[in-house]
Design a protein around this ligand. Structure first.
Ligand code: BT5
Length: 269
């Protein structure tokens, strides 16, 4: 459903957005199941690179591996972009890394609050999760047809109290850290512009710039971690992030193991 409020938000975005393509075409909804599902459908119908889908509320927002993503009305920015990047399908994993970096940069720019990164796709403030990213792609043979990049960023905790009781303890909201929240559309525009620049870096093969910026913000480099959800659980010291986006973990036996997917938990010990 598209409401008058959605139309107003869309108009506000068009005033502040200075991107080339990202968010130039957009659909705003009051409530959808998942903006990733809507964006995927639109991509199949031909939506262009940078097409934006925004919703005030998601009734079935999801994270990786089918995990739920709580997306109450007005409690955050819930949106997805259709991407048709000029890059090989196997590089798609880098999209969520680039996106997490872009969100951290935009949050800092609009609020002055430092944001950290946790491999592979979390943006944190004070060690708690502010934003999660879900990149999904559709292939034709081994060629990338399109990718959908979904971003969920918690803004207003007061609205989150409307959510089901199962709000994750490790979650945080921008409102926990700033006196005055930026306007949603100012924040969204800043994310879209930062994301467009980082996607251009990816397409041009400027991977070093992305990885260098990641290392600076990454909360667990040099620390003991446990990786779960990879083919087998793994413990060791998170030593570096490789140019293909994998996390390099030094195991107790001294071996350096690249991890391409999974969840990374900091070990206190
Ligand atoms: C993610 O998955 O972090 C990806 C989240 C992507 C959400 C966006 S919203 C727009 C678009 N449409 C969608 O349907 N999805 C995308 P993952 O790393 O698997 O983390 C999921 C875990 O984060 C859950 O199991 C919870 O523990 C936690 N979680 C759920 N909702 C949260 C929230 N609002 N804030 C912080 N943590 C949350």
């Amino acid at each position: 459903m598209i409401s008058p409020r959605s139309a107003l938000e869309k108009a506000k975005l068009s005033v502040v957005l200075k991107s080339k393509q990202f968010g130039r075409s957009a659909r705003f909804f009051t409530s959808v199941s998942s903006t990733n599902d809507v964006a995927r459908e639109m991509a199949r119908q031909g939506a262009e690179h940078g097409f934006l889908v925004v919703a005030s509320e998601q009734t079935a927002g999801r994270g990786r591996a089918g995990r739920p993503w709580y997306s109450a009305p007005g409690a955050g920015l819930w949106f997805s972009l259709v991407l048709r990047p000029r890059m090989q399908a196997q590089r798609c994993g880098l999209l969520s890394l680039a996106a997490a970096l872009a969100v951290a940069e935009a949050v800092e720019k609009t609020t002055g609050v430092s944001a950290e990164l946790k491999w592979p796709n979390d943006v944190l403030i004070g060690g708690k999760k502010l934003c999660g990213i879900l990149a999904e792609s559709e292939l034709v043979g081994d060629r990338l047809r399109f990718a959908v990049l979904g971003i969920g960023l918690n803004t207003n905790r007061a609205q989150a109290s409307l959510m089901p009781s199962a709000i994750p303890e490790a979650a945080t909201w921008l409102s926990d850290h700033v006196h005055e929240l930026p306007e949603d559309m100012t924040l969204l525009a800043s994310i879209l512009m930062s994301l467009e620049r980082r996607c251009e870096d990816l397409e041009a093969g400027r991977l070093k710039a992305i990885i260098r910026a990641w290392r600076k913000r990454c909360v667990h480099l040099g620390k003991a971690v446990r990786i779960v959800g990879a083919p087998a659980p793994l413990e060791g010291v998170a030593e570096d992030i490789a140019e293909d986006g994998s996390l390099l973990v030094r195991t107790p036996s001294g071996e350096l193991r690249p991890v391409v997917a999974g969840d990374c938990h900091l070990l206190r010990a």
